[in-house]
Every structure is written in structure tokens, then in C-alpha cells.
Design a protein. Structure first.
Length: 667
């Protein structure tokens, strides 16, 4: 017994199978993750090493070189990029797409351990690494401001409360603080006072190290109790440091305030961040390569209300940038396009078939094929993204083809006098091989895409498999559900012998189209040479236009965000950079299409050197402004007129191909 005959004779079994397909597909659709594009992130690991005070040349020779030699033996490394600045070295390792990032992290940890003997012994801490791509933009930008509390106290709340909670969420790779204002005591030695008392800077350092320690003191054991001795050896603020005894001269103590100026300050006073011209702290949350942006942002948003309740009254935690918003908007637009295409297909079927029952039967193949595809996507670990939804949009026109072919052959037998059941058995049996061949031929068209390698293969794999699965499911539905429904619900053709109303209008329209096609076909057949000449000219014009069209990897996407990288002179001071950065911020703030922005300058966060700065702009809604590229083109000449600083505005790309950020789209 063939499949169509089995479905016709077992309608309950066929119905239950289709209901199961509908239920599993609906459940899978609700659980599919949402993303802008398929997962095409290269496994990337960033390694950090710090040696305060060391020059970039020293960092490159004594820190970066031993680490690079150790990393070069790790299998699967596609590229390795190293940058050294004052007191810091960053090495970015990018692995092949087939490499598991967790296994790569173990290899990186082993390579760091093996190179420790070749690193400078005075490193304050061993090199560390994170599973992040430094070139990726943060998925979420939070801003912490306060009108009453100093930024050093706000920084303490971030370091102890906000950052640890956010870092523990799945998919979060790193929580960075731009413009960190970590509290520190700053001691400025007086060389004349030290010389007068026969002291050196080394004596001062040793005294500070001995006088500011937190070491275990021990215990006291009694006959009934044991007491732990606590000694507050750490000095909390500048006032406590001032009374620290550095040495004794002539039986008199020399205190720290006698030979140095001690003040309450911050650890890095050459870094600052502003939010709309107000000093603030920016919290940049970066995701791990391969994690879903929307899922990570949803987890963070669910935790933010609890974090806000635990902050003191003077602190305000606001959302600045959310990379999931443009993803959600683009997915919503594609979903509307998919629904619109389904509605248009149903309308076209109704116009041509001119019967409600004949229209509904093939139209049922659309939702069942799509839901069956959702179930397969869930099993394969796919996501709802622009490419997979585009594949489903294209598949809407394919999935009804098989059902229409089966339906028309069944109607042909009914027009010859057969009953609905007889016509369904004969018509489906005759056309079954044709449907199978049509389905397989459509699927085979997309097979070469599956053999594409590297980034392109990963990018279009979901597209090819999604549309192939949809066509396969539609073939099964056309050979099972369509014949069964035709055998029971298909109306007899005699009902259309005297069309009325809409049917009469569509009949006249189709007759006019048929007559037009007959006239055009007759004209083409009467002029074969002219037809061949027109065909050759069309092919030549197509080749010419194809060669002249601009080409690129992926279109620039308007995410509602603009990033600006600024660069001052190599010897520019921090005060000079702040002055020039504020002038850039004034131009940005004057732009009517900018809803808000953050500005950071100085070494720290995304900036490796003190003469670097960065601005992150959030634009107003898309329907109220021109495209982001047009805004960038308008800002570029305005920023170029500022002397002493260079600004490089750009629209963040949808896909980062490398592991290093750049001031331009190409490196």
C-alpha cells in the first residue's frame, strides 16, 4: 500500500499524525532562541597581562614574546594579535570555527602556566584570559550616576555588588567598567625632605609595605575557649597613612606626612567617562562567543530590578544601549513579511482555484510545513534569525506547489465523473512519483551550500537546511494530508458551471490573462530569430549588470547605534585629551538625531593608550531620522574641523570577522 492510499484509508491516523506535527512544531517555535544571524562567532580568547610602569617595548619583549611562543603551539589557532602599551599587554587568539572554546581555554591556561618561568618575576599577578572577542561591541551598556555620592563610592558598589552578580549569569563573558574610579590613597614623595633625613624611595616603599599589611596574627587557647586574634593592620584612608612611622632619626619618629603629601584619590586618575556631559561610570557587558544575545540580555534585565533595589538612594542605574533591541525589531519585521507572504499565497490560490474547499486544502500545507520545520530547527539547535526566517519566507511559495499538483490531478479525475474518494486514490497514486521527484530536486538545489566552509558555510548552513526541511515536510504533507482531505471535503466541479459574483469576476480575469498569453506566445513563435536575439541580449545585459554592481560581504545594518573612536597626539596629556574629547561631545550632543551618548577617554576599558577615546551614540527611533550611515557622513566633516584630535565615526558592523577593533571597516 502506498502512502497516499494509506492516508485515505486511515483518516484518523493521518489526522493524529498531523496534529502531533502541529503540536510539536508550536512547542518548538516557543523555545527557539532569537538572534540576528546564525552563530558565526569564531572561538576567541583574550589574554591580559599587566606590569605597572613598564614601557611598551619592555612589555612586548619580556611579556608578549614568551606568551606568543607558548600560544603558537596550540592547535587550531587561526590568528594571534598582540598589542602592548604602557604597563599592559593584550593578546587575542582566534581559533577555527570547529574548535570548542572550552577546550581551547584549557590549552591557553596550560600555555600560560608553562611560560610563567620566562615572564618577569615582578609581575603583580599571572596573565589572565577571558572567553571574549575584544572587537565585539557590548550587548548591554549600563550607566551609573550620582548627584550626592563621589564616584569612588559608586565604583565600590559596582565592584562588590553589580559586577559579580552580572558576571555569574550564563553567556556573560566579562563586565567592564569604563572610567573606573576605584578608591586609592595617593602618596607624593618630597625628594628634598627625604634627602634631608637620609631616606630613599626604597625606604619609603618598604615602610609602606610593612605598615599596611593584613596578616594572620594567631590564636589564644584557653581551657574552655579558643580566641582568634584580630589586628587591623590595613590603613583605611589617607588620614591613617599620614601618621605612619617611616623611620627613626635621633630617637625621633619620622612620619609619612613629614616626607610626602598624602591624599585620598583614585587608582587611575587618567581615565574618565561621561554620560551626556555628566561624569559617570559605564558598565559594559560582553557576551561569550557563541552565546545568544537576546537570551543574555533577557537574563540581565530580569536581574536589574533586584540590583536597583539594593543600591543606595543616591545612585541611579540606567540603561544606555541594548543590542537586543535592533535584533528584536528586525525579527519582528521578518515575521510580518512571512505572514504577509502567507496571506498573498492564500489569496492567489483562491483567485485561481475559485473554490473555498480547493483553496483550504493546499493552504493547510503551509502552517504544517512551517511548524514541522520549527520542530526540526529546535532539534538541530538552530535559532530564529534573519536568514532562517528568510528561508521560511521563500519556502512559503514552494510548500504549496506539491499540494497544488496533487489537488489538480485529483480534480481532473473528478471532472471525468469519478467520486471524491476514487479521484483521490487514482490521482494521488499517479502523481506520487512526480511529487517525490519535485521535492528531491528542490532540496538538491541547496545541497552545495552545506559544503561551504568557514564563515560563509556557517552563515548559510541554517538557511539551506531550513528551506530544505520545509520542502521535505511539505512533500510528506502533500502525499498524506492533501489526498485524505480531498477524498472527503473536495467540492464537485459542477458547482462552478454558473459562476456568480466574485467567481464571475475572477473567471473573466483569468480568461483575459489566458487570451493575452495566447497572443504573446503566438507572436514569439512567429518570430523565432528575434526571440533568440532578445534572449541573447538579455543574457549579455545580465552579465554586464552583474559585473558592474557593487559587491560586499554583508549589507550595513542600521542598529540605531554609532561608535566614534578618537585619537590624540602620541604625547597628548590627559588634560588635553579631556578638553578635545569634550569638544567632540559638544558636536555630538548638538546633533538632533542623537538620543544619548557615553564618552570615555584615557587608558582603561576599550582604550589601550592614554591618547585614545571612545564615544557610543544611541540614536532616536528609525522613523524619526535618516539612516545611521547618513548621520555618520554628516558628523564626519564636523568632527574633522576640531584641531588636535582625530575622530573616526562608523556604524557597528553586524559581524566582526577579526579579533581586534579598528577605527575603520577594513584593516
Amino acid at each position: 500500500m502506498n502512502l497516499p492510499a494509506f492516508s485515505i484509508q486511515r483518516p484518523v491516523t493521518t489526522t493524529l499524525a498531523m496534529l502531533a506535527l502541529f503540536a510539536f512544531g508550536l512547542l518548538a517555535y516557543q523555545r527557539l532562541p532569537v538572534s540576528d544571524l546564525p552563530n558565526v562567532d569564531f572561538p576567541t580568547i583574550a589574554v591580559f597581562a599587566n606590569l605597572p610602569g613598564a614601557s611598551p617595548e619592555t612589555m612586548a619583549a619580556s611579556v608578549a614574546t614568551p606568551l606568543e611562543k607558548a600560544f603558537s603551539s596550540i592547535p587550531g589557532v587561526d590568528s594571534m594579535t598582540s598589542s602592548s602599551a604602557l604597563g599592559r599587554t593584550n593578546i587575542t587568539l582566534q581559533f577555527s570555527l570547529s574548535r570548542n572554546i572550552d577546550a581551547a581555554a584549557l590549552d591557553v591556561q596550560s600555555a600560560i602556566s608553562s611560560s610563567l618561568r620566562r615572564l618577569p618575576p615582578d609581575l603583580p599577578s599571572p596573565p589572565s584570559f577571558r572567553k571574549i572577542n575584544p572587537a565585539d561591541s557590548p550587548v548591554l551598556f549600563l550607566v551609573l550616576t550620582s548627584e550626592t555620592l563621589p564616584l569612588s563610592q559608586a565604583d565600590a558598589y559596582i565592584q562588590t555588588l553589580v559586577a559579580p552578580r552580572l558576571s555569574s549569569l550564563p553567556g556573560v563573558a566579562q563586565v567592564s567598567i569604563y572610567g573606573s574610579q576605584k578608591y586609592a590613597v595617593r602618596i607624593q614623595a618630597n625628594p628634598l625632605a627625604l634627602t634631608a633625613r637620609s631616606l630613599t624611595l626604597e625606604d619609603l616603599r618598604l615602610a609602606l609595605q610593612a605598615g599596611n599589611s593584613n596578616r594572620p596574627t594567631g590564636t589564644l587557647n584557653g581551657p574552655a575557649q579558643t580566641f582568634t586574634i584580630k589586628s587591623s593592620g590595613q590603613l583605611p584612608d589617607a588620614a591613617a597613612f599620614r601618621n605612619l612611622i617611616v623611620a627613626y632619626r635621633d630617637a625621633a619618629p619620622i612620619r609619612l606626612e613629614d616626607v610626602a603629601t598624602v591624599s585620598d584619590s583614585i587608582e587611575n586618575d587618567l581615565s574618565a567617562t561621561w554620560f551626556n556631559q555628566d561624569r559617570s561610570l559605564a558598565i559594559a557587558i560582553e557576551r561569550q562567543p557563541g552565546s545568544n544575545t537576546v537570551a543574555v540580555v533577557d537574563a540581565i534585565n530580569s536581574l536589574l530590578p533586584e540590583i536597583r533595589r539594593q543600591l543606595p538612594g543616591g545612585l541611579h542605574l540606567d540603561l544606555h544601549l541594548d543590542r537586543s533591541e535592533p535584533i528584536r525589531r528586525s525579527i519582528h519585521d521578518v515575521q510580518l513579511t512571512l505572514l504577509l507572504s502567507i496571506a498573498l499565497v492564500v489569496l492567489v490560490l483562491f483567485i485561481f482555484l475559485r473554490r473555498l474547499s480547493a483553496t483550504l486544502i493546499p493552504c493547510l500545507a503551509i502552517p504544517l510545513s512551517l511548524l514541522g520545520t520549527f520542530a526540526a530547527m529546535h532539534l538541530l539547535g538552530f535559532s530564529l534569525n534573519n536568514l532562517s526566517l528568510m528561508a521560511l519566507t521563500l519556502a512559503v511559495g514552494f510548500v504549496v506547489d506539491d499540494a497544488i499538483v496533487v489537488l489538480e490531478n485529483i480534480v481532473r479525475h473528478m471532472e471525468r465523473g469519478a467520486t471524491a474518494r476514487q479521484a483521490a486514490l487514482r490521482g494521488s497514486r499517479e502523481i506520487a512519483f512526480t511529487v517525490v521527484s519535485m521535492t528531491i530536486s528542490l532540496v538538491v538545489v541547496f545541497l552545495p551550500v552545506l559544503f561551504m566552509e568557514d564563515l560563509l558555510g556557517r552563515l548559510f548552513k541554517e538557511f539551506a537546511l531550513t528551506i530544505g526541511i520545509a520542502v521535505l515536510v511539505s512533500g510528506v504533507v502533500s502525499l498524506t494530508l492533501t489526498p485524505m482531505l480531498c477524498s472527503r471535503f473536495l467540492a464537485a466541479p459542477a458547482a462552478l458551471e454558473h459562476p456568480r459574483g466574485l467567481f464571475r469576476f475572477t473567471e473573466a480575469l483569468l480568461s483575459a490573462l489566458q487570451r493575452t498569453y495566447e497572443h504573446s506566445l503566438r507572436a514569439v513563435l512567429q518570430h523565432p530569430r528575434l526571440t533568440l536575439l532578445a534572449t541573447a541580449a538579455t543574457i549579455a545585459l545580465t552579465a554586464t549588470l552583474f559585473s558592474s554592481l557593487p559587491k560586499g560581504f554583508i549589507p550595513s545594518e542600521d542598529l540605531g547605534q554609532i561608535s566614534i573612536v578618537t585619537e590624540g597626539a602620541p604625547d597628548a596629556s590627559f588634560a588635553s585629551m579631556v578638553t578635545h574629547q569634550r569638544r567632540v561631545a559638544d558636536i555630538v550632543q548638538a546633533n538632533p538625531y542623537v538620543a544619548g551618548f557615553t564618552s570615555s577617554v584615557g587608558a582603561g576599558g576599550p582604550n589601550a593608550t592614554a591618547n585614545a577615546g571612545r564615544l557610543s551614540l544611541r540614536l532616536i527611533p528609525r522613523h524619526q531620522r535618516p539612516s545611521a550611515s547618513q548621520i555618520v557622513n554628516a558628523l564626519r566633516p564636523q568632527l574633522a574641523r576640531i584641531p588636535g584630535i582625530r575622530a573616526f565615526p562608523q556604524v557597528p558592523p553586524a559581524i566582526r570577522l577579526g579579533g581586534t577593533s579598528s577605527k575603520s571597516p577594513y584593516q
